[in-house]
Design a protein around this ligand. Sequence first.
Ligand code: THU
Length: 135
Amino acid sequence: MDNGKLTELINSAEAAQQRAVAPYSNFQVGAALETESGKIYSGCNIEVSSYSLTICAERVAIFKALSEGEKDFTQLVVTAKTKDFCPPCGACRQVLIDYAPNIKIFMLNSAGEAKETTIAELLPEAFTRNFLLDS
Ligand code: THU
C-alpha cells in the first residue's frame, strides 16, 4: 500500500469525524474506505433519539459505497479521539466480512498512531453467505 493513499484516507476519515452526529454520546468516529479503483467513501456515526437506530461511521461509509455500485474494497481507516485504538463494533464487523472480506483496517488513535489489522483477524470463524448456499 502506498503511504500517499493512507494519508488521504486518514484526512478523509478525520474530516468525516468532524461531521459526526453524536449528540447523545458525544463520541465522534470517522471512517474512510478505499475501493479497488482508488475511490474514497467516508462516513461518520449518526445517532438517533431511539438509540438503537444509531449507525456507526464504518457502516455509513460502506453503505454509501455499496449504494453507488462499488463492490471491491481494499482498506478502511477508522479514527476516534481515544487513547486506545477504536475497533469496529460487532455489527460493523459482520457487514465488513460480508462485503469487504479482504479489507485491511487501520485504526487511528488520538495520538495519530495507527494499528493495522484485517477483518478476517477481527472476526474469526465468521458466519457468511456460504452457509446459506450450503443448507
Ligand atoms: N461507533 C462508531 O461509529 N464506530 C465504532 O467503531 C464504535 C462506535 C459510534 C456509535 C455511537 O454513535 C458512538 O460511537 C458510541 O457508541
